[in-house]
Design a protein around this ligand. Structure first.
Ligand code: SIN
Length: 333
């Protein structure tokens, strides 16, 4: 059987397929429908210092090939997370990554420090890109100086690896990636949601209570792939990239991986195809076996290797599948 295990920032993951923050609760909920320990990692819903009720409803609306959300980082706060949820997480045999959020630098640091002794949490994913809150979130992710200072300050205080989830709502994402590289981040997560809006034409008013929200789902796959490509082109293997944005199938995941992602997260697909992460794992495994790929690392950034001319020599089955995929005009959700 093809070995999908990977090592990133000194940690061995059973496979490179993780579930994205905000689309999978705290990993506990899905244990009722499948074996969550099969996943490479679970990234938790954003955790803040104090409990947050989130935004007023309506805060989710469907869009062509995707959805808009404006949850507002609802969560029970780090203390309650550790007391009520963490003991259940401890029973699940895979790694957890805590998505961490604060309204000030100090709050980010405090949340990370509170989680330092929770051994199932192997790394932090810094949320500096939530487009749905007035304080924190995107305020940190849209100013390179503010971002650099935050990453440096947290890195100085913690022992676990620090990943930074970047916002796509900037003109050049590689400038923000550079700040993270220079400030000592251990990995990048590309991308969070794209700022969007829908209007209810019967009511002649915005669909979401906050007017705007974050667009996710298959519609954003090409944007994520483009940003991963650009970031990998600039930094290569200097910093691992975790791809997130529009992944439903292993073919989608391969686009992220060929663009430069060393691991991927399945997000919005969890809402309309709950078994998608498991299918992506199996799809990647079958693909590697069929195509005789011994090591997953050989796939990372493959589309950048300019020595590849014409089609790579693929099996008939893979060629047929990719042909069927075609222009991908079909909307999956
Ligand atoms: C939210 O809770 O509003 C979404 C989180 C995010 O986009 O980071």
């Amino acid at each position: 059987m093809a070995d999908l295990s990977i090592e990133l920032f000194g940690i061995r993951f059973k496979n490179p397929v993780w579930v994205a923050s905000g689309t999978f609760g705290y990993g506990i909920e899905a244990t009722r429908i499948y074996d969550v320990s099969k996943l490479g990692a679970v990234v938790t819903k954003g955790i803040s210092l104090r409990p947050r009720p989130g935004n007023e409803t309506p805060r989710i609306i469907e869009t062509p090939c995707g959805m808009l959300n404006s949850i507002g980082l609802q969560n029970p706060g780090v203390e309650s997370f550790l007391k009520e949820l963490y003991p259940q997480i401890e029973k699940i045999d895979t790694h957890f990554i805590a998505n961490v959020f604060g309204e000030s630098e100090e709050e980010y640091v405090e949340v990370c420090l509170a989680l330092e002794s929770a051994h199932k949490i192997v790394a932090y994913e810094l949320n500096v890109s939530c487009p749905n809150v007035k304080k924190g979130g995107i305020v940190f992710g849209h100013d390179p100086k503010v971002l650099g200072s935050l990453v440096e300050r947290i890195k100085a205080k913690i022992r676990k690896p620090l990943l930074v989830k970047l916002s796509p709502n900037v003109s050049d994402i590689t400038e923000f990636a550079k700040v993270c590289v220079d400030s000592g981040a251990d990995g990048l997560v590309l991308i969070n949601t794209l700022l969007g809006m829908r209007i209810n034409i019967r009511k002649a008013r915005p669909e979401l209570s906050t007017k705007t929200g974050g667009l996710s789902g298959p519609a954003i796959l090409p944007v994520a792939v483009r940003m991963i490509w650009q970031t990998f082109e600039r930094f290569g293997f200097r910093i691992p990239i975790v791809g997130v944005g529009g992944i439903t199938t292993h073919e989608d995941a391969l686009e992220h991986i060929y663009a430069g992602a060393s691991a991927v997260q399945v997000g919005t697909a969890n809402f309309y195809e709950p078994f998608a992460p498991l299918k992506v794992i199996e799809g990647l495994r079958e693909f590697m076996e069929r195509e005789g790929v011994e090591s997953f690392s050989k796939l990372v950034g493959k589309a950048h290797r300019l020595d590849i001319k014409g089609d790579v020599n693929l099996s008939q089955k893979t060629l047929q599948d990719s042909f069927r995929k075609g222009g991908d005009t079909e909307c999956r959700p």
